[in-house]
Ligand binder design. Structure first.
Ligand SMILES: Nc1nc2c(c(=O)[nH]1)N[C@H]1C(S)=C(S)[C@@H](COP(=O)(O)OP(=O)(O)OC[C@H]3O[C@@H](n4cnc5c(=O)[nH]c(N)nc54)[C@H](O)[C@@H]3O)O[C@H]1N2
Ligand SMILES: Nc1nc2c(c(=O)[nH]1)N[C@H]1C(S)=C(S)[C@@H](COP(=O)(O)OP(=O)(O)OC[C@H]3O[C@@H](n4cnc5c(=O)[nH]c(N)nc54)[C@H](O)[C@@H]3O)O[C@H]1N2
Ligand code: SF4
Ligand SMILES: [Mo]
Length: 737
């Protein structure tokens, strides 16, 4: 129960969930008129149980940000933006898009979905629908700088991209965290409420949590830290798997029940040996073996990997090996192991119905990269804009994406955007990305629209359903993203949907809203009320239980045959593509003895911070006190020869770029590794964020087709080879506050 409300007279309290990150914490919003007075955690929320982090609590300041874009903005020839009416903006966008379609066809129009769409179901579905109706291959998503490798492995092993098992941390005895920092990030591809407490409970009940990370992250500091060199992941996992197979520790019964092709695994690992594993990981072979044995022998165990494991050069192979290790040890689909989700909406059925899911059904025009769920990777975007020919990208609609900062090769992305015939950005800010747009269109924020956790529901440790009305009215002329997309589509004669029925209805002048479409799907799905025939849920019912409702006490187990989408219900462990990747890994020069490592002696990895969300929330005063410039963490032994002190300005140089940032010496990073918060270095009209300044991480990263994860097209943002030098005239420390 929530404590009694102390809300002042004349105020109301409304419940919803925080739409900033995957934790999707339940919140109570105190509202007076159209003002948000306070946001606090909702104890009655089934998953988050009252938890709230500083970002969620401070979100009222984003809504009221004086720099927030509140009317449509049109860019003038001199680069200034002027307010225009919705009709002016939408009509002109419609006319220009129609012209582009006439000249170049619908495939010349592209759509990009940035990260915040994960909590914006209307935008999410309407954007995918728009791309499907355009029949364009220019559908880009933040997943290609994040988790495309997960989607590929889902398709290969389970027959559907969206099948991505997650750790049952509420019950496990042994959790290995490979390249994730949930104490700061609150979990990704796992929605585990109060994650820090749930992890502490593992050790409290006599279990183990081992964090494998080049940096003693906030998570590693609280549990067992096993330092590992960046990009050591596939080597570590291959070494562990080899140990388990060689020593007869595999769970043969689980392999028989759940899989086929397990006999191909020894051949996959034939060239993996202890010396190479130790060299690539920096972990003694005996320790790798000991970890493998402990993992295999634990009564329950879960191996969970995230950005540290998914932003390296072999991320699909890494993610495949993570899954195989969980499967081979009998931990898949087991209480306390890796479990399948129980979403409120049948997201797998939904995507299947519209043929969204899939892999390598076509390749990208310029680079020949396999599609993943019908999307092209951001790595190829600048070349798709710049390379002439049929299918060249001429117009792009970006919804909640700040790709001139968050994409690989960010500088090149920004420059390429200027070459488009039309760029439309749906964003509450004039960012370094939206400043390139012809139009910036102002969206409502999560407090101002109805909400359903479209993404988080898939990996909820406590399966639950929630759908809440808007907590407050929109500011200014902000409109729901889906409405903006719909209005643009109307003007080019499109119904933003992959559904034939919706297209047919559209011809009769009937257009569904995302709320109606999703409610229909919800009500006729596994948790639905079948219009009164069953005791299930509907949008209307959920609107009355705004804290959300638990769908069951824990995620299901013993369901792998039903959850695997192949006809025989078995997981095909033998994957020729992964054998190719393994051969490529083995053939790579060892990290120590290639000439490049002399030129680039350090490896750069990304950091996330508690008071930041990727490239945004950097304009909120409360979240940006102190010196918030991104500081490079460097080990004292690496700093000494450079004569660095805390605050010294350093240049970080990679093969692709150079940035300047202040340095901080710290033994939290391993020798040879340096760490930098990503997605700072702002431009545009968010004044505080711009004033903070700082170097932009992704100006150092590459989008070359050879510098990405080959099977998934996922960008490589961690483990970057760099050189660090001291700046001659280092300016004094500037305070951002
Ligand atoms: N506060 C906050 N929360 C967030 C975000 C945020 O920006 N701020 N972003 C959200 C988003 S979009 C996501 S995807 C999630 C990400 O959630 P996480 O994956 O938990 O976040 P990261 O901080 O990127 O964690 C990656 C860890 O991997 C380590 N690492 C780097 N390179 C390697 C390597 O080669 N191998 C291994 N084993 N480890 C390595 C890093 O030191 C870091 O500790 O967080 C979400 N939540
Ligand atoms: N070097 C490096 N780069 C990285 C990463 C890394 O670890 N290291 N992580 C990568 C990962 S995991 C991700 S997910 C990406 C994220 O990168 P992006 O997909 O670019 O997402 P964000 O930076 O979270 O937010 C993008 C924009 O959304 C806007 N926005 C917020 N709410 C709304 C809304 O309701 N509607 C609309 N229309 N706009 C909104 C914000 O103002 C912001 O400008 O970055 C990637 N980039
Ligand atoms: S930002 Fe994430 S962890 Fe913080 S309150 Fe919002 S949903 Fe919860
Ligand atoms: Mo992400």
């Amino acid at each position: 129960m929530n404590p009694p409300s102390t809300a002042p007279a004349g105020t109301v309290e409304r419940k919803t969930f925080c739409g900033i990150c995957e934790a999707a914490c339940g919140v109570i919003v105190t509202v007076q008129g159209d003002a948000v007075l306070k946001i606090r955690g909702d104890v009655d929320h089934p998953n988050s149980k009252g938890f709230l982090c500083p970002k969620g609590a401070a979100f009222g300041a984003v809504r009221d940000d004086p720099d927030r874009v509140l009317t449509p903005l049109q860019r003038q020839p001199d680069g200034r933006f002027v307010p225009v009416s919705w009709d002016t903006a939408l009509d002109d966008i419609g006319a220009r898009l129609r012209g582009i379609i006439q000249r170049h066809g619908r495939e010349a129009i592209g759509v990009h979905l940035g990260n915040p769409n994960g909590w914006n179901y209307g935008a999410f579905i309407w954007l995918l629908g728009m791309a499907a109706a355009l029949k364009t291959k220019h559908l880009y998503t933040a997943s290609s700088v994040d988790i495309n490798n997960y989607w590929v492995v889902g398709e290969l092993l389970y027959g559907h991209n969206l099948v991505t098992p997650f750790p049952d941390i509420a019950h496990t005895q042994f959790l290995i965290v490979l390249g994730a920092n949930p104490v700061v990030t609150h979990g990704s591809m796992m929605t585990a409420g109060r994650v820090k407490e749930q992890m502490a409970a593992i050790t409290a009940r006599g279990g183990r949590v081992v964090v494998i990370d080049p940096r003693r992250s906030e998570t590693a500091a609280q549990f067992e830290w096993q330092p590992m060199r960046p990009d050591g992941d596939p080597w570590l996992l291959a070494g562990m798997l080899k140990t388990i197979l060689d020593e007869g520790l595999a769970d043969q019964d689980a392999l028989r029940r759940q899989t086929r092709g397990a006999d191909a695994l020894p051949a996959l690992l034939k060239d993996v040996n202890g010396d190479r594993v130790a060299a690539e990981t920096g972990i003694a072979w005996a320790d790798v073996q000991a970890l493998a044995r402990a993992f295999a022998k634990s009564p329950t165990a879960a191996l969970y990997g995230r950005c540290g494991a998914s932003l390296g050069p072999f991320s699909t192979l890494t993610n495949y090996l993570i899954n195989v290790l969980n499967i081979v040890t009998g931990n898949l689909d087991r209480r306390g192991g890796m479990v399948f989700g129980q979403p409120m909406l049948d997201t797998e059925g939904f995507t299947r119905l519209f043929k969204v899911n899939g892999y390598d059904r076509w390749r990208t025009r310029v680079d020949g990269i396999p599609e993943v769920m019908g999307t092209s990777p951001l790595a190829t975007l600048p070349r798709e804009i710049r390379t002439p020919g049929k299918g060249q990208l001429r117009a792009l609609l970006i919804a909640s994406g700040n790709i001139a900062t968050t994409s690989c090769a960010s500088g090149e992305v920004g420059a390429a955007l200027d070459e488009l015939d039309l760029l439309i950005s749906l964003d509450p800010y004039l960012t370094e990305t939206s400043q390139h747009a012809h139009y910036i269109l102002p969206p409502t924020l999560w407090l101002e629209r109805d909400g359903m956790p479209i993404f988080s529901q898939m990996h909820a440790g406590m399966p639950y359903a929630q759908w809440t009305p808007a907590s407050v009215a929109p500011r200014g002329e902000a409109r729901d993203d889906w409405w903006i997309i719909d209005e643009i589509c109307k003007r080019i004669g499109l119904v933003p949907s992959a559904s034939k029925a919706a297209q047919w209805l559209g011809k009769l002048g009937i257009r569904l809203t995302p709320a109606t479409a999703v409610d229909l799907f919800l009500r006729t799905g596994p948790a639905g009320d079948w219009f009164g025939l069953k005791a299930g849920i509907s949008r209307k019912k959920l609107f009355q239980q705004t804290s959300g409702v638990a769908l069951s006490a824990e995620p299901p187990v013993g369901v792998s045959r039903q959850r695997v989408h192949f006809k025989d219900g078995l997981i095909p462990l033998a994957q020729p593509l992964m054998a190719t990747e393994m051969a490529r890994l083995i053939a790579r020069p060892s990290s120590d003895d290639d000439a490049e490592s002399k030129r680039w002696p350090l490896r750069l990895i990304s950091m996330r911070e508690l008071r930041s969300q990727n490239s945004w929330l950097h304009n909120v005063p409360k979240l940006t006190t102190g010196d918030r410039r991104p500081h490079l963490r460097i080990h004292p032994d690496d700093a000494r020869p450079l004569e660095l002190e805390d605050g010294s300005e350093v240049s970080i140089t990679s093969r692709w770029g150079e940035i300047t940032v202040p340095a901080l010496t710290s033994d939290e990073v391993m020798r040879g590794t340096v760490a930098l918060p990503h997605s700072w270095g702002h431009r545009g009209g968010w004044r505080r964020a711009v004033a903070i300044g700082g170097g932009r991480y992704n100006d150092l990263t590459s989008n070359d087709a050879t510098e990405i994860d080959i099977p998934s097209g996922n960008a490589v943002l961690n483990g970057l080879r760099v050189r660090v030098t001291r700046q001659a005239n280092a300016p004094a420390l500037a305070k951002a506050s």
